[in-house]
Design a protein around this ligand. Structure first.
Ligand code: MN
Length: 269
């Protein structure tokens, strides 16, 4: 929906707002999301590895869809996923890592997080850091207009569905995920870009009001920008990362005592 449409979030239930207070020693925090890491996008992966190696930030908060697909923590032992895990494990020994699940990688579990040395962030999370109070969410839970997706989301986020899916053999899970991705890509192609779902403004403002935060940081929509949703309530949308396609793009949102700053990343060779 556009920002001008009438808010529809009035009746949606409020989530609980978990709070995390950063250590006062943290001078800056990087927010990234929607890298959609996959084996055939090697430049995006290299830029991610380089960023984790070079960032001056004290913490990197990943706000969902780090992976194009994650079908269980047993993926971490092989191939591309093992490489990504190794890069995070190395970064986790030097930096504070935090991970919030997106719609592509909601099956990330505690085993993978432990291997990476990353803290799990519930969606949403209130972060107190660098003198600011921010609300962090991946974003898909606020895209209320897509009721078919919200029904799907509610179904797959139950413990029952999760346990049943994870009990299947890994090759079968990979095949099912590929099928689901194909269907979702087709769904996206059938819609005009201006009709792609955005977060529900009314619900977002209610969340921020309830959480006592003037600032919402989210990803998911792949439309980076900063807008005032209502007087005193601002949202900053994270960029997706796509360095193997055109136009190439990758951006980090950095929080420091100076506030939020967008940092465009150089494209690796
Ligand atoms: Mn997403």
């Amino acid at each position: 929906m556009s920002l001008c449409a009438a808010p529809q979030g009035g009746a949606s239930p409020l989530p609980s707002f978990w709070e995390f207070t950063a250590p006062t020693a943290w001078r800056s925090v990087d927010f990234i999301s929607d890298l959609h890491l996959q084996p055939d996008h090697p430049r995006t992966f290299r830029a991610f590895a380089a960023h984790l190696r070079d960032t001056p930030a004290d913490a990197v908060f990943i706000l969902g869809d780090l992976f194009e697909a994650w079908v269980g923590d047993d993926m971490r032992h092989e191939g591309f996923e093992a490489e990504v895990t190794e890069v995070l494990r190395d970064a986790g020994s030097r930096l504070n890592l935090a991970f919030m699940a997106g719609n592509r990688d909601f099956l990330v579990g505690s085993e993978w997080l432990r291997d990476c040395g990353a803290m799990a962030l519930p969606d949403p999370t209130v972060l107190l850091a660098c003198g600011e109070r921010l609300l962090l969410t991946h974003g898909d839970a606020l895209c209320l207009e897509d009721t078919a997706y919200q029904n799907f989301r509610a179904g797959v986020r139950t413990e029952h569905w999760r346990a049943g899916f994870l009990a299947r053999p890994l090759p079968e899970r990979r095949a099912l995920a590929a099928q689901m991705r194909k269907a979702s890509q087709q769904h996206q192609r059938d819609q005009r870009p201006e009709n792609w779902a955005d977060i529900d403004v009314g619900a977002a403002v209610r969340w921020m009001h309830e959480a006592g935060t003037p600032l919402l940081v989210h990803g998911h929509t792949h439309r980076p920008g900063t807008q005032e949703l209502a007087p005193g309530f601002t949202r900053a949308v994270l960029s997706d990362w796509e360095l193997d396609g055109s136009p190439p793009r990758a951006e980090v949102l950095r929080l420091s005592r100076q506030g939020l700053q967008r940092i465009a990343l150089p494209q690796p060779a």
